[in-house]
Design a protein around this ligand. Structure first.
Ligand SMILES: [Zn+2]
Length: 456
């Protein structure tokens, strides 16, 4: 019973605020026509602005009919783009019939104009009935291609995504995807073609309906859920134009800031970013101080862009494109050593373990990058992606303080240099129990070369 009441209420609300589905303004009005441009596209101006409606392909002198009856207003005879408001709709690129006055009633489905040399009907739909002189500032322009608006409408082709690039947040400096750090803007070049009832398009590259991104790690787990803020159900204020379209955009080339949140009512949250240095469990704006507390620890990730058009009536058309990106916020450091710095009485056969804060580049020459003083023969090797083991051969000398220095020749997988680190430990006394039988030979050898036979 409760559910039925809510349904009735929703139906009543929709009838008040939205029009019913409506026909096309050119003949045949119950047949889909080609779309040359969509809501939200980049427009040169001046001033630079969002395209506030759709362009319906129609050769010059095509007859145009009212979608909805109502009082006419804002009849604009100055070309271009000569237009008129009737009901919820504004029509541009019109040669309006002399019989149509500014401020007179006209019935629906009335022939009121012909298209001009722009060869299309520009159709804007307001969320209120348009009144003289055109409701500037307080009308929201809706997307006429949405489900339940212009009918019939279907689309059979996917959008396209041409490139994905990274920029320093709020700036024009492009970042190398191989080493991202801090707050970044993601710019995706995308577009779409809209088809008519025959599956043909007019060939224009139009705006996508919505576009967003998510981030996965290399194990394919989502580490940043899908973020989609560019969505043209309506258009933002033109004052935020440069938060939607990046430099280099044009009327046929759309470079979307998928990281921004231009419809956010809080002006301080419109110019957003992907903070690759975000602290785990904290808001986007909070930076981690170390890799251990980073939500996106240094390493490789997949940034995935998704773009959608409106495909009312059939499956949703979606295009996905992935770019691999490396995050490099932190220089690697020595996290742990065994023996620890300052440890005494270390066994003469002790294998030294050095653990780093992240996975390391194993192609570095360890004999050059690490020094031990006083010198001791032995072998360094990687036993883990982030761990080195040193085996003294045959053993350390008793009662000696060894100092191990790790230089910035050591690098992580993003080729960031190690923060140099030095630690010392002191060996204990020779102990036959531990080193037998080596202790017997230990004091008699003159050259470490002998140790090549040692393990036999
Ligand atoms: Zn237009």
């Amino acid at each position: 019973m409760k559910r039925i009441n809510i349904t009735v209420l929703i139906i009543i609300l929709f009838n008040i605020t939205l029009l019913q589905a409506y026909d096309w303004p050119i003949k045949e009005s119950t047949t889909q026509h080609q779309i040359n441009a969509t809501l939200g596209e980049w427009r040169e101006g001046p001033p630079i602005h969002f395209h506030a409606g759709v362009d319906i392909n129609a050769p010059c002198s095509t007859k145009v009919y009212t979608i909805e009856g109502g009082d006419t207003c804002y009849k604009d005879l100055v070309p271009s783009p000569r237009g008129i408001n009737i009901g919820h709709f504004r029509y541009y690129h019109m040669v309006i019939r002399d019989t149509i006055q500014d401020s007179s009633f006209i019935a629906s489905d009335s022939f009121f104009a012909k298209t001009d040399v722009g060869n299309h009907v520009h159709l804007q739909e307001g969320d209120v009935i348009l009144e003289h002189p055109g409701n500037p500032g307080n009308v929201h322009w809706l997307n006429p291609l949405r489900n339940g608006a212009i009918t019939p409408y279907a689309d059979y082709t996917n959008p396209h995504i041409d490139s994905i690039k990274f920029y320093r947040q709020g700036g024009s400096a492009q970042l190398n995807a191989d080493s991202l750090n801090g707050k970044v803007d993601i710019v995706a070049v995308a577009g779409d073609t809209r088809t008519d009832s025959t599956g043909h398009s007019a060939g224009h590259n139009v705006s996508v309906y919505r576009i967003g991104y998510l981030v996965k790690n290399m194990q394919d787990s989502i580490v940043k859920p899908y973020w989609e803020k560019v969505k043209f159900d309506s258009i933002p204020s033109n004052s935020y134009f440069s938060l939607v379209y990046a430099e280099g955009s044009s009327e046929t080339h759309f470079r979307y800031y998928v990281t921004n949140d231009v419809f956010n009512p809080d002006p301080g949250l419109k110019n957003m970013y992907w903070n690759t240095r975000q602290k785990i469990g904290e808001p986007d704006s909070i930076n981690a101080d170390s890799i251990e507390e980073a939500k996106y620890p240094d390493g490789e990730y997949k940034v995935i862009i998704k773009a959608f058009d409106i495909a009312y009536g059939i499956k949703e058309n979606c295009k996905t494109r992935t770019i691999n990106a490396n995050i490099a916020n932190f220089r690697p450091k020595v996290k742990y050593t065994d023996p620890y710095n300052g440890q005494n009485n270390v066994d003469l056969n002790k294998k030294v373990h050095i653990t780093f804060s992240e996975d390391m580049n194993k192609r570095v020459d360890l004999n050059s990058a690490i020094s031990i003083s006083p010198g001791v023969s032995g072998n360094f090797e990687w036993i883990n992606d982030n761990e080195i083991e040193f085996t003294p051969e045959p053993a350390f000398v008793e009662s000696t303080t060894y100092t191990i220095t790790l230089s910035d020749q050591l690098k992580d997988l993003q080729n960031q240099k190690l923060i140099p680190y030095t630690f010392s430990f002191t060996t204990g006394l020779n102990n036959a129990y531990h080193v037998y039988p080596t202790t017997f030979q230990w004091e008699n050898i003159d050259s470490w070369d002998i140790s090549t036979n040692w393990s036999q």
